[in-house]
Design a protein around this ligand. Structure first.
Ligand code: HEM
Ligand SMILES: *[C@@H]1O[C@H](CO)[C@@H](O)[C@H](O)[C@H]1NC(C)=O
Ligand SMILES: *[C@@H]1O[C@H](CO)[C@@H](O)[C@H](O)[C@H]1NC(C)=O
Ligand SMILES: *[C@@H]1O[C@H](CO)[C@@H](O)[C@H](O)[C@H]1NC(C)=O
Ligand SMILES: *[C@@H]1O[C@H](CO)[C@@H](O)[C@H](O)[C@H]1NC(C)=O
Ligand SMILES: *[C@@H]1O[C@H](CO)[C@@H](O)[C@H](O)[C@H]1NC(C)=O
Ligand SMILES: *[C@@H]1O[C@H](CO)[C@@H](O)[C@H](O)[C@H]1NC(C)=O
Ligand SMILES: *[C@@H]1O[C@H](CO)[C@@H](O)[C@H](O)[C@H]1NC(C)=O
Ligand SMILES: *[C@@H]1O[C@H](CO)[C@@H](O)[C@H](O)[C@H]1NC(C)=O
Ligand SMILES: *[C@@H]1O[C@H](CO)[C@@H](O)[C@H](O)[C@H]1NC(C)=O
Ligand SMILES: *[C@@H]1O[C@H](CO)[C@@H](O)[C@H](O)[C@H]1NC(C)=O
Ligand SMILES: *[C@@H]1O[C@H](CO)[C@@H](O)[C@H](O)[C@H]1NC(C)=O
Ligand SMILES: *[C@@H]1O[C@H](CO)[C@@H](O)[C@H](O)[C@H]1NC(C)=O
Length: 352
C-alpha cells in the first residue's frame, strides 16, 4: 500500500503532465523560432532557391507546389520528402505526385546549406515553408513573415497523398478536401491562384478536350480558341507528359492573371474552371471576380491563406524530429540512441 501523500504526488504529476501535453498540442508556430539558433536561415533558403532558378525557370512553381503537397498530407511535416525505406512507403509514388512533383534536389541543396550553417536545428518542414515564400516572392508575388517551429515526421501516408485534390475534381469535392484540413472557400480560391505559374501535363487536360461526356467531346466551359491551342499541343494519342503553361499570359510570373484567365474560360484544369463556372459557384465566383480586378486583394489573401495552410497540424515541441537528411528519418530514434550510448559506455568500462 502506498502512503496517501505519494498518491497525491502521483496525481499532481499526472496533472502537470497533462497540462504540459495540452500545451504542446496547442504550441504555436513563431516567426522568431530560429532567431537565436539559425538567424540567417531565410537568407540561405532564398539565395539557394534563386540560384536554382538560373538553370530551371519552373522551379519557383515546383517548390511552391511541394509545400501544398506536404501540408495536405498529415500536416506540414516534411512527409512528402521521405523516400522508400523499411518503415516508409513514399508519398512520392501516390497518383498526384508520381512523375509530377519535383524540386527535391533543390530542397536537398537547401538542407545541406542550412546544415552547414546550423547543424541539426532547422526542420525540413520549415524549409519547405520558407522555400514556398521565397519562390512566390522571387517570382513577383508578395513576401510575408513565415511562421516557424514545425518538426519533421517519422512517418508518411501514401493513402492520404492519393486523396490530394485532383485536377478532375468538381467544386463540391474541392470544397470538401479543403474543409477537411480547415480551409474554406476563400483559401480554396486564393491558393488555387498559385496556378499563376508553372506547368501542367497534357494527361490532366486531354479528357476535357476529347472525352468530356457522352454527348460532347470538349468541355463547354473551356474557351474554344484556347481549346484549339491545347489540342495542338496535346493531340489525341500524343505524348501525355508534354507540358502546358498553367497561365498562358505570364507563365513564370506570380500575379493575378490566373483569375482573368478563369473569366476568359482559360482555366487549364476542371478544378480551376469550376471555381467560376460551376453552377453552384456563387461564393467562389465572387472571390474570383474580386481577385481578377484587384491584384493586391489577391496578394493579401494569398499571404493569409499560405499561413493558414502552413498551420495544418504541425508537429511541435518534442513531437517528431529534426531530420538530418530530408529524404530519410534519422537512424537513431531516441531509444536506439540511448541503447547505443549505454553500449558504448559498456565497451568503455570493459576496456578500462
Ligand atoms: C485546388 C486544388 C488543386 C489541384 C486539383 C491542383 C492540381 C495540380 C495539377 C494537376 C498540377 C499539374 C501537375 C503536373 O502536370 O505534373 C498542378 C501544378 C501546380 N500546382 Fe496545383 N493543384 C491545386 C492546388 C494548388 C495549391 C493549393 C498550390 C499552392 C499553393 C498549387 C500549386 C501548383 C503549382 C505552382 C503548380 C505548377 C508546378 C510545376 O510547374 O512544377 N496547386 N496542380
Ligand atoms: C527576431 O529577429 C527579427 C529580425 O532580426 C526581429 O525583427 C525580431 O524582433 C526578433 N524576435 C525576437 C523574439 O527576438
Ligand atoms: C546569410 O546567408 C546569405 C546567403 O547564403 C549570405 O550571403 C550571408 O553572408 C549570410 N549572412 C550571415 C551573417 O551569415
Ligand atoms: C516503394 O516501395 C513500393 C513497395 O512498398 C514499391 O511498389 C515502389 O515501386 C517503391 N518506389 C520506389 C520509388 O522505389
Ligand atoms: C493515412 O491516411 C488515411 C486517409 O487520410 C487515414 O484514413 C489513415 O488513418 C492514415 N494512416 C495512418 C497510419 O495515419
Ligand atoms: C462531384 O464529384 C463527386 C465525386 O466524384 C460526385 O460524387 C458528385 O456527384 C459530383 N457532383 C456533381 C454536381 O457533379
Ligand atoms: C474564410 O475564413 C476567413 C477567416 O479565416 C474569413 O475571413 C473568410 O471570410 C472566410 N471565407 C468564407 C468564404 O467564408
Ligand atoms: C476519347 O474520345 C475519342 C474520340 O473522341 C476516342 O477515340 C477515345 O477512345 C476516347 N478515350 C477514352 C479514354 O475514352
Ligand atoms: C514526352 O514529353 C516529355 C516532356 O516534354 C519528354 O520528356 C519525353 O521525352 C517525351 N516522351 C516521348 C516518348 O517522346
Ligand atoms: C476566349 O478567350 C479570348 C481571349 O483569348 C477572349 O477574348 C474571349 O472572350 C474568350 N471567350 C470566352 C467565352 O470566355
Ligand atoms: C448545387 O447545389 C444543389 C443543392 O446543394 C445540389 O443539389 C446540386 O447537385 C448542386 N449542383 C452542382 C452542379 O454542384
Ligand atoms: C483592392 O483590395 C484591397 C485589399 O487588399 C483594398 O484595400 C482596396 O480598396 C481594393 N481596391 C479596389 C479598387 O477595390
Ligand atoms: C540523403 O538520403 C538519400 C536517400 O537515402 C541519399 O540518396 C542522399 O545521398 C542523402 N544525402 C546526404 C547529403 O547524405
Amino acid at each position: 500500500m502506498s502512503h496517501p501523500c505519494s498518491l497525491l504526488l502521483a496525481l499532481n504529476l499526472i496533472t502537470i503532465t497533462l497540462a504540459l501535453l495540452s500545451q504542446r498540442s496547442q504550441a504555436q508556430l513563431s516567426p522568431s523560432f530560429y532567431n537565436s539558433t539559425c538567424s540567417n536561415v531565410s537568407a540561405i533558403v532564398r539565395s539557394t532557391v534563386q540560384q536554382a532558378q538560373t538553370s530551371d525557370v519552373r522551379i519557383y512553381a515546383s517548390l511552391t507546389r511541394l509545400f501544398f503537397h506536404d501540408c495536405f498530407v498529415q500536416g506540414c511535416d516534411g512527409s512528402v520528402l521521405l523516400v522508400n525505406s523499411s518503415t516508409i512507403q513514399t508519398e512520392q509514388d501516390a497518383v498526384p505526385n508520381k512523375n509530377s512533383i519535383r524540386g527535391f534536389n533543390v530542397v536537398a541543396d537547401i538542407k545541406t546549406a542550412v546544415e552547414n550553417a546550423c547543424p541539426g536545428v532547422v526542420s525540413c518542414a520549415d524549409i519547405l515553408a520558407l522555400t514556398a515564400e521565397a519562390s512566390v516572392n522571387l517570382a513577383g508575388g508578395p513576401s510575408w513573415t513565415v511562421l516557424l517551429g514545425r518538426r519533421d515526421s517519422t512517418t508518411a501516408n501514401i493513402t492520404a497523398a492519393n486523396n490530394l485534390p485532383s485536377p478532375f475534381d468538381n467544386l463540391t469535392t474541392l470544397e470538401q478536401k479543403f474543409a477537411a484540413v480547415g480551409l474554406n472557400d476563400t483559401d480554396l480560391v486564393t491558393l488555387s491562384g498559385a496556378h499563376t505559374f508553372g506547368r501542367g501535363q497534357c494527361r490532366f487536360v486531354t479528357p476535357r478536350l476529347y472525352n468530356f461526356s457522352s454527348t460532347v467531346n470538349t468541355d463547354p466551359t473551356l474557351n474554344s480558341t484556347y481549346a484549339t491551342t491545347l489540342e495542338q499541343n496535346c493531340p489525341q494519342g500524343g505524348n501525355a507528359s508534354v507540358l502546358n503553361n498553367l497561365d498562358p499570359i505570364t507563365p513564370n510570373t506570380f500575379d493575378s492573371n490566373y483569375y482573368i484567365n478563369l473569366q476568359n474560360h482559360q482555366g487549364l484544369f476542371t478544378s480551376d474552371q469550376e471555381l467560376l463556372s460551376d453552377p453552384n459557384a456563387t461564393t467562389t465566383a465572387s472571390i474570383v471576380n474580386n481577385f481578377a480586378g484587384n491584384q493586391s486583394a489577391f496578394f493579401d489573401s494569398f499571404v493569409q491563406s499560405m499561413i493558414n495552410m502552413g498551420n495544418i497540424s504541425p508537429l511541435t515541441g518534442s513531437s517528431g524530429e529534426i531530420r538530418t537528411n530530408c529524404s530519410v528519418v534519422n537512424s537513431g530514434s531516441g531509444l536506439e540512441l540511448h541503447i547505443r550510448i549505454q553500449h558504448d559506455s559498456d565497451k568503455g568500462s570493459a576496456a578500462e
